[in-house]
Design a protein around this ligand. Structure first.
Ligand code: NAP
Length: 301
């Protein structure tokens, strides 16, 4: 819950202005938390009709905001994925501007897909990046582009993001497919409360020289799909459907869905939680899905 993020976090200094490029699922949650903690926040979306659009930025149609959005900005967070040609949309349009303002902190939301396939082994921030998927190759290139700018930057590598309104519970309510099982396959996850909570924690430590450049933000318990689905069906009081082998299920999967099953790794959060002392609000999918349940019930009535 957002209240929990706010309760546990340090307030922003009173002159803080946070610019969030990409006020989607994670961006909106970070924005809400930062506002409650005293920061002024401006969020981009591609259309004013979308909730929480403070300014419009769409790199595809070249719709750019007024440069005045950068006045007095202290923190910048980018939640926008790479463009199809591999460019970073924020850097292509605003890289020069960002280099010339005295920022206190910059966060780039990346993915743990940059590690590639580790055949079920643990990965940490020192693991060699061997991305195989085109989108992960583009992502790693964007990470490098952000690093080349010499900003007070932290790259936040995220596994599967979930939270109220976008979780396994909605998957179950919106589709009738059997549950897919692939022996030995695990997925790492992170709840949006912990994305917001960890980011605010990292911001508060940054000026104290506790500021590694690359940080995984993941929960404690990478888990198999069947285990998570069983728990979620139980929460919804629905019977678990039949289990289907990955070999069979893969025949009807689209390439995007298939790509997620082709990589297997457990994402370590030791730097975030042990070295930097962040205490997860949702240490595992059980805690996270319980948090999602109320929202799902309210919206499925
Ligand atoms: N979803 C996951 O499981 C996952 C896992 C690991 C990493 N990530 C990455 O983490 C970041 C945040 O994830 P999320 O799930 O919170 O993302 P999201 O809800 O999909 O939000 C993405 C944001 O980027 C904006 N955007 C996309 N293309 C754009 C463009 N060409 N120009 C300007 N804005 C553009 C979207 O605009 P609108 O608001 O107008 O839609 C949206 O605000 C993303 O970079 C995502 O790829 C996601």
């Amino acid at each position: 819950m957002l209240q929990e993020v706010v309760k546990r976090s340090e307030r922003f200094p009173s002159d803080s202005k946070v610019l969030i490029f990409g006020g989607g699922f994670s961006g909106q949650h970070i924005a809400k938390a930062a506002r409650k903690l005293g920061a002024e926040v401006l969020c981009s979306r591609r259309d004013f009709k979308k909730k929480g659009a403070d300014f419009i930025f769409d790199s595809t149609s070249n719709t750019l905001p007024s440069k005045t959005i950068f006045n007095n900005v202290t923190h910048v967070i980018s939640c926008i994925p790479p463009e199809k040609n591999g460019d970073d949309p924020v850097l292509r349009n605003f890289g020069e501007v960002l280099k010339n303002i005295p920022l206190k902190w910059v966060g780039y939301l990346s993915t743990t897909g940059v590690y590639g396939d580790y055949k079920g082994e643990w990965v940490n921030e020192e693991s060699i990046t061997i991305p195989k998927q085109q989108r992960s190759i583009r992502r790693l290139a964007c990470e490098k582009a952000w690093q080349s700018l010499n900003l007070p930057l932290q790259i936040l590598r995220l596994p599967g993001i979930y939270g109220p309104g976008r979780s396994t519970l909605e998957v179950i309510l919106n589709q009738q497919n059997p549950v897919v099982n692939k022996e030995g396959q695990v997925f790492s996850r992170i709840h949006i409360d912990d994305i917001a909570g960890a980011i605010i924690h990292l911001i508060s430590l940054y000026s104290k020289s506790l500021n590694p450049q690359i940080i995984n933000i993941a929960d404690n318990l990478p888990a198999n799909n069947v285990e998570v689905m069983k728990y979620a069906f139980n929460l919804l009081n629905k019977p678990m459907p039949r289990i289907e082998s990955f070999e069979t299920a893969s025949k009807r999967m689209n390439p995007m869905a298939l790509s997620f099953w082709q990589e297997n790794r457990k994402v370590s959060n030791d730097i975030l939680c042990k070295d930097l002392g962040y205490k997860l609000i949702h240490p595992d999918y059980k805690s996270g899905l319980n948090d999602c349940l109320e929202y799902t019930h309210m919206n499925s009535l």
